[in-house]
Ligand binder design. Structure first.
Ligand SMILES: Nc1ncnc2c1ncn2[C@@H]1O[C@H](COP(=O)(O)OP(=O)(O)OP(=O)(O)O)[C@@H](O)[C@H]1O
Ligand SMILES: [Mg+2]
Length: 258
């Protein structure tokens, strides 16, 4: 579904500054329906990778492609740390907006939007505006909007990074529940190894900049996963230590660069 081959991405420096190589010779394949989590030190090119896949940046060399399998579905949607809701639109309008762009007609659009809002537990807030919601509730709306849009690939850039620890756990559970029957392939970026282990089928560890793939770790915990119970699993701690060992050196390298 997602395929990057020897991908290199550069940013032109401002006047007097040299070119920045954000990603160098990165290759990755993601199967249809897979949930892959990307971890890596700050500045290693995670957001850049998602932006290239969304068609927002161009590779300097190599390629990154998404192969659509269903012409009725949009190929990608992106979810960011900040839910990015339109402040002048109600929750219902925000969730329905993407479907309007897809040409889905009014009554059907609002019925579908309502359904996704119910699924994220915000049925009482359909007519509220984003400023009336907590950060966690706003990100719930962001999830409802992303799944209502029904993309084949969901690109998620630290969507829960700004939330408190408890809200984050609950939203991880919500995400897994929405994803379960959605036939959506997910590429999810996080700094949290716990989050990566909780959500992913596979964890991809990136090196310090210029980013490439250092390691891929399969996560074999059975699904459906209970977010709380998983943390008590002794294998969870062991896997955490394995991944931290790979990541730690890269985090140190990235720190030195600053
Ligand atoms: N528009 C831009 N112009 C110039 N350099 C950029 C631009 N966007 C990103 N970079 C640089 O490219 C590198 C990779 O950035 P990117 O945002 O992809 O990292 P990241 O892994 O998402 O970091 P973080 O974990 O902090 O979000 C960084 O060194 C950054 O400074
Ligand atoms: Mg980033």
């Amino acid at each position: 579904m997602i395929h990057a081959d020897n991908l290199t991405v550069q940013y032109a420096g401002s006047i007097g500054l040299s070119t920045i190589t954000a990603i160098q010779s990165l290759s990755i394949t993601v199967e249809k329906g897979e949930f892959v989590v990307v971890v890596g030190p700050s500045g290693c090119g995670k957001t850049t990778l998602l932006r290239v896949l969304a068609g927002l940046e161009r590779p300097a060399s190599g390629n990154a492609t998404i192969t659509p399998t269903d012409t009725h579905r949009p190929p990608t949607a992106m979810v960011f740390q900040n839910a990015g809701l339109f402040p002048w639109m109600s929750v219902l309008e925000n969730v329905a907006f993407g479907m309007r762009m897809q040409g889905i007609r009014g009554p059907k659009r609002y019925a579908l939007a309502q359904e996704w809002i119910n699924r994220v537990g915000l049925s009482r807030f359909v007519d509220s505006f984003p400023s009336q919601l907590s950060g966690g509730m706003q990100q719930r709306v962001g999830l409802a909007r992303a799944f209502a849009h029904n993309p084949e690939v969901l690109l998620m850039d630290e969507p829960f990074g700004a939330l408190d620890a408890q809200t984050r756990l609950v939203l991880q559970e919500t995400l897994l529940d929405l994803w379960k029957n959605s036939d959506t392939t997910v590429l999810f970026v996080t700094h949290s190894i716990e989050e990566a282990l909780t959500l992913g089928d596979r964890i991809v560890v990136m090196s310090a900049r210029p980013g490439h793939i250092l390691a891929e770790v399969a996560v074999t915990f059975p699904r459906p996963r209970n977010v709380m119970a998983l943390r008590a699993n002794p294998d969870f701690g062991k896997r955490y230590a394995d991944i931290w060992e790979i990541l730690r050196e890269q985090v140190d390298l990235a720190q030195k660069e600053h």
